[in-house]
Design a protein around this ligand. Structure first.
Ligand SMILES: C[S@@+](CC[C@H](N)C(=O)[O-])C[C@H]1O[C@@H](n2cnc3c(N)ncnc32)[C@H](O)[C@@H]1O
Length: 258
């Protein structure tokens, strides 16, 4: 199973991953982040909805023939506030289960139908990878970060969906806790997914790299206020080369520790 076959498999699964240009597919980012985990890893997803992102992560794990890597998919399956604006009741677990079965991922995906905080109490292990895509308001994202950060091992990866513009709560947590803290190296973003590797100690050079990535992000956001062709010019010169280089880097890594 590769990214093309996973794209076909997930085409009909309703979800929130975006496709923005041929090489910058968010599902692909998740696939590669999961693919580089070693055997016997513990991976966690917060917010699975109907399983689209879960399948991308699961297929990444499957493709690298990891043995005994578990992907805990945590979601109460009743939606977040942003899904219930008409007051309708939501139940996504039935479709989630059927989509995971169709993808033949039952041996990798362990669903936990509960909140992120409750899920953290169930998993008494160090975590290698966590993808956070639950409720998107600031308090919820902060709580997800604070719940999972201590459980992620040094060398493990934290990733956040919708962490670019549009979701200020996610953006605020990612800026403070990933880009500007001393707890992560290699803070990168592809489309709206920001990911970084937890460290014990950040070197000066790694700190400069994080600040560089942060500056490129805000240069791009600032340039959006201006008319064309200025914003395209800035994007072409800064944002696009970084995105392409990071995607290339991510897809060629086949071991977890860097
Ligand atoms: C944007 S959707 C996830 C989309 C999914 N990752 C995808 O790409 O298809 C957000 C999900 O977070 C779940 N959620 C909301 N609050 C949560 C919490 N406290 N813990 C875990 N999941 C939560 C909702 O039920 C919803 O299914």
């Amino acid at each position: 199973m590769n990214t093309n076959t996973t794209a076909l498999l997930t085409e009909s699964v309703e979800g929130f991953l975006s496709q923005n240009g041929k090489n910058l597919f968010e599902g692909e980012v998740l696939f590669h982040l999961a693919r580089r985990l070693p055997s016997h890893s513990t991976a966690v997803e917060i917010g699975s909805w109907k399983g689209k992102s879960t399948i991308w992560l699961g297929k990444g794990i499957e493709s690298s023939h990891q043995q005994e890597t578990a992907l805990y998919a945590i979601d109460p399956h009743i939606g977040s506030a942003e899904h219930k604006q008409n007051g309708e009741k939501i139940w996504t677990f039935t479709e989630f289960e059927s989509n995971i079965a169709k993808a033949e991922l039952q041996s990798i995906v362990k669903p936990l139908v509960m909140s992120s905080v409750e899920g953290a109490k169930q998993i008494d292990k160090e975590i290698d990878f966590v993808f956070i895509d639950g409720a998107h308001d600031y308090e919820s994202v902060k709580l997800d970060f604070e719940t999972w950060f201590p459980k992620v091992k040094v060398g493990g990866t934290m990733a956040f969906h919708d962490s670019f513009i549009g979701w200020p709560g996610v953006q605020k947590v990612v800026d403070k806790e990933l880009f500007l803290s001393n707890s992560f190296k290699h803070v990168r973003y592809i489309n709206s997914i920001t990911y970084a590797i937890k460290v014990d100690k950040l070197s000066f050079f790694e700190k400069v790299q994080n600040r560089f990535a942060y500056s490129i992000k805000y240069l791009h956001i600032w340039s959006l206020k201006f008319p064309q062709p200025f914003k395209s010019f800035v994007k072409k010169l800064t944002w696009r080369p970084c995105q392409t280089a990071w995607m290339r880097d991510l897809s060629k890594i086949d071991t977890y520790s860097e």
